[in-house]
Each structure stands twice: as C-alpha cells, then as structure tokens.
Ligand binder design. Structure first.
Ligand code: NAD
Length: 246
C-alpha cells in the first residue's frame, strides 16, 4: 500500500472532469503534480491526465465502489471535488417529476454521496479537503432554473454542515461560479444571448474554466488551512449588487 513518503503528490478525485470546469480543474491539479481521478459518466479527452472511472454520481453504490477503489489503490484520499452537475431550462409549471428528481439526485445528492464516502476514509488520517461546485443560481432567485437553483443552494448548505461536523480534521468549501464559458453553458446560448449575458456582468465576459480551477487549487492548498464551511463566489462581480445604466 502506498504511503505519503512513497508518493508526495496528492490523490485528488474530481467528478465531472470529462468536460468544462471539471476538466480544467483536473488539468490544473495534474499540472501541479497531483494524481487525479476523474469520476464521470462520459470518457475524458484522449490527452486527459490521471485515471477515469465510469461513475454516475446519482448512484450511491457506484460512488461508494469508486471511492473505495481509489482508496484501496492509493492508501489515502487527499482532496475530493464534487463538480458533476446538470441543468435544464424550464418554467416552474413545466418541470416534470423525473427532471426535478434527476437534477437533485445528480447535483445535490451526488455531492452528499461523494463527500460522505470520502469523509469516511479521510477521518482515520484526520486529514482531507472536500470541495464542490455550487453556483450563484443558488444564492438568489433565477428564473427558469428552479430545480437547479435549489440543488445549488443545497450544496452550499451541505458545505456548512459537513464543515461543522468534520472540523477540525477535514475542511470543506464550495466554489460558487457565475457564468463560465463551458460546453454546458455554451450549448444554451445563441450568439445574441451570449452577448446579452456578457453585458450584465461587470467584467463584461464569462469566466474561463481555468479561473474556477485556480480557486479550487487555492482552497485545496495549505494556504487555505483556516477556511472551512464557506462558499466562495467567482462571478466577475455579477452578484455584487444592482447594476445601473449611469
Ligand atoms: P459540463 O457539461 O461542461 O461538464 C459537466 C460534466 O459532468 C460532464 O463531463 C458530464 O459528463 C458530467 N456529468 C453529468 N452528469 C453526471 C453524473 N450523473 N455522474 C457523473 N458525471 C456527470 O458543465 P460545466 O459547465 O463544466 O459544469 C460543471 C459544474 O459547474 C456543474 O455542477 C455546474 O452546475 C456548475 N456551474 C457551471 C456554471 C457555468 O456557467 N458553466 C456556472 C455555475 C456552476
């Protein structure tokens, strides 16, 4: 079994690392020398770093099996980033039960399952960091994404309670992005919509996924050792306050 002395790089699990924010995050950590394990329903790019395990985060036995396998292979888990998520656009009267359940099972219960399985294995070493991707949609009302918004508010709540229960040994934090130009986000836009959204953001653009990855990298580091239970908004000023025309 591997030990810290055998392998100084951290063992980092990232869910949803085959695309977008997760992919950028996996590449960022791997570039820093960490060993990355990607849990995703889809295969990653051919040049993606680390390992891929096919996992549906909504399936708790799938998540448990994957986390156990990573822990058995490496002898420890250092950082877990619960990032996999889905969003569907629909008015509150059009949401179907199946869509709402799926959104909550992936975005909210998927985080709970992954963090729970990881925390159980981190606690004996009294060390570890649990991170997740929330969203500014969870911090205020946002039309046409009721189930998604609720799932992300729930992630911020999980972050608080896991942080309290697992302190002082295990730290938690969420990154709460505004608009990030990823495949998930781009697929929802026409060119006109993209320009309109950019105009509503004080920085006048979407985030690059690498800018979210950089925040995860900081939160996972020892520089963030006094941080737990909190969410960190990275949104180009979108939710800083009211926008005015003058
Ligand atoms: P994306 O679609 O580019 O990537 C999501 C990844 O998650 C994909 O690789 C997908 O296969 C995987 N995935 C989806 N369902 C899964 C499941 N059940 N099990 C395992 N893997 C699954 O999306 P993205 O924009 O990079 O989003 C990543 C996270 O960031 C999501 O949680 C999303 O809600 C959040 N977020 C995105 C934005 C944005 O503007 N893009 C803003 C705020 C929050």
């Amino acid at each position: 079994m591997a030990t810290d002395l055998d392998d100084p790089s951290r063992i980092v699990i990232v869910s949803g690392a085959s695309s977008g924010i997760g992919e950028a995050t996996a590449r960022h950590f791997a570039a820093g020398g960490d060993h990355v394990v990607n849990l995703d329903v889809r295969p990653p790019a051919a040049d993606a770093p680390g390992q891929w395990i096919e996992v549906d985060v909504a399936d708790w036995s799938d998540v448990e099996r994957a986390v156990a396998a990573v822990h058995d292979e490496h002898g420890r888990l250092d950082v877990v980033i619960a990032n996999a998520g889905i969003s569907l656009r629909h008015g509150v009267l059009d949401i179907t039960e199946a869509q709402a359940r799926r959104t909550l099972e992936v975005n909210l219960l998927g985080v709970l399952a992954l963090w729970r399985a990881a925390a159980e294995r981190m606690l004996p070493r009294r060390k570890g960091v649990l991170l997740a991707t929330a969203s500014v949609n969870g911090t205020r009302g946002y039309p046409l994404y009721a189930d998604y918004n609720a799932s992300k508010a729930g992630v911020a709540s999980l972050c608080q309670t896991f942080g309290l229960e697992l302190a002082p040994w295990i730290r938690t934090a969420c990154v709460t992005p505004g608009a990030v130009l990823t495949p998930m986000q781009r697929a929802e836009y026409t060119d006109e919509m993209l320009a309109e959204v950019n105009a509503c953001i004080p920085m006048r653009r979407h985030a690059d996924p690498a800018e979210i990855a950089a925040m995860f990298h900081f939160l996972a580091s020892d520089q963030a050792r006094f941080i737990t239970g909190q969410e960190f908004v990275v949104d180009g000023g979108e939710t800083a306050g009211a926008t005015t025309a003058f």
